[in-house]
Design a protein around this ligand. Structure first.
Ligand code: RIB
Length: 315
């Protein structure tokens, strides 16, 4: 197995820029998810820092990269709490706008006893990230090794970030979550690593993904549509990676999952950090997968994301 290049071995940590959402997660736990029209008594409630962008930034920082976050929050208590949380992880937040007339994004999350979740997002300030903000951040993108995006901010801003990353010669990663329709070919051609889950992969490729074999076919289809490399995450079944001309199934590590929220974000952030630190794609996948396996054994989004030393203790 290829050795993962950890931060301690790198002279200077690689730089990751995450462009994306910041949400306060309002998390209720219940025995099961309620049915439409049903009122159900839950067992606990917590407000927890989240948002796919914020989670991926925290994962990249905890797993060895120097991270800059670009995004937006409202000028409210949740926004201050989210930004302070990122700063506590040494994440540069100068590119996080405080929008006076918008509320910070929130995600209403219900987690059941089988660790499944249902998430409703109210974007708030996330919807105000625009192309001008991305254009204004060109020096930040120019200093990066890896540029990471998701789809919880407006699509034009995401495309501008991917295009700028590509033009500046950076490694570009898109975690297409959440996705509601196929992405045009001019998007996929900007992406070095496309990292969908099975539902997103099916939506983007038009191929139902019910098994690792299906995921191999969907990955090849997404490659034909323009993505350079494709990694389809499959939850407990691991992931399928199509890197250059090699397709491989990486089985999942058996763990006792209590909450899968942010598992994909932990993988993506860890993968990005490892690539930024010079790891091979294979080693970066192994690192991201190990981190995600730990994250599902803990509750919540950002609190569940492990630090690099926790992975080293597992090795
Ligand atoms: O990927 C998990 C995240 O999705 C949560 O933290 C929530 O904020 C939503 O954005």
């Amino acid at each position: 197995m290829t050795a993962v290049k950890h931060q301690s071995e790198a002279a200077v940590p690689g730089r990751v820029v995450v462009i994306g959402s910041l949400n306060m997660d309002l998390v209720g736990r219940a025995e099961r998810l309620p049915h439409p029209g049903e009122t159900l008594a839950g067992t606990s409630f917590a407000t927890i820092a989240g948002g796919k962008g914020g989670n991926q930034a925290v994962a990249a920082a905890r797993l060895g990269a120097q991270v800059t976050m670009l995004g937006a929050v409202g000028a409210d208590a949740y926004g201050a709490q989210l930004v302070n949380g990122l700063k506590a992880e040494n994440i540069d937040c100068q590119g996080v706008a405080r929008i006076a007339d918008a509320a910070t994004g929130v995600a209403m999350i219900i987690v059941d006893e089988a660790s499944q979740n249902a998430i409703l997002i109210i974007p708030g300030a996330n919807a105000r990230v625009d192309v001008a903000a991305i254009n204004g951040a060109e020096p930040v993108l120019a200093a990066a090794d890896v540029v990471v995006c998701q789809l919880e901010i407006p699509y034009p801003a995401v495309l501008a970030a991917l295009q700028a990353g590509r033009r500046l010669g950076k490694t570009t990663i898109l975690n297409p979550a959440p996705v509601t329709a196929a992405l045009p070919g001019d998007w996929l051609s900007q992406i070095d690593y496309l990292i969908p889950n099975e539902i997103e992969a099916a939506m983007l490729s038009g191929i139902a993904v019910d098994s690792p074999q299906d995921a191999c076919i969907a990955a090849q289809r997404l490659r034909m549509l323009g993505a350079r490399n494709v990694i389809i995450t499959l939850g407990a079944r691991g992931l399928v990676a199509l890197i250059d001309n090699d397709v491989a199934h990486y089985p999942g590590t058996p763990v006792h999952a209590v909450d899968t929220t942010a598992a994909g974000d932990t993988f993506t952030g860890g993968f990005a950090a490892a690539l930024a630190n010079g790891a091979t794609p294979h080693a970066a996948i192994v690192l991201g997968q190990s981190a995600a396996a730990i994250s599902v054994t803990r509750a919540g989004a950002q609190p569940s994301i492990p630090y690099l030393h926790e992975l080293e203790h597992q090795a």
